[in-house]
Ligand binder design. Sequence first.
Ligand SMILES: [Fe+2]
Ligand SMILES: [Fe+2]
Length: 170
Amino acid sequence: MNIETLEDEFGYQLQRAYYVERAHVELLAEMAADAATDDLASRFETHRDETERHVERLERVFEELGRQPRATRSQTADGLAESRRTRFDGADGESPPTYVDLEIGLAAERLEIRSYEGLLALAGRLAYADDIVEPLEETLEEERATLGKLEALEMELSIVDSLETGHTEQ
Ligand SMILES: [Fe+2]
Ligand SMILES: [Fe+2]
């Protein structure tokens, strides 16, 4: 795809976001299936359902632009899935350590947030209509909420861990 205009750049970033969201549906399904705790599993499952809606919203944005939904590979998204698989082979029904899933989950949300921020900045410069801007904003809100919840969980777990090891932060 030749990128010569802002419209082209928006189209390219939209295709990449589409790839990222679809990859995350799969990744979150894997993470929910073998998470270390029921709590973590249900968080990943809830966000997988939301992520399916993110995919549909992007399809509506393609439609508004009169384009066919297409995905452009994101090596960053592939790298996250790959990183989880290399650190945990899933043998014998075992679960990966929670910190691995938190690290992957946080990185996945940050990647999505960055990609929606980029799309919205371009949509603003292109003066795109609400039919394009609103679904992107709605998804960005959900990504930020998910990131916030994962960060809170990470904080909670690090406090529990520090109590167990006797190291408390001053
Ligand atoms: Fe998403
Ligand atoms: Fe997400």
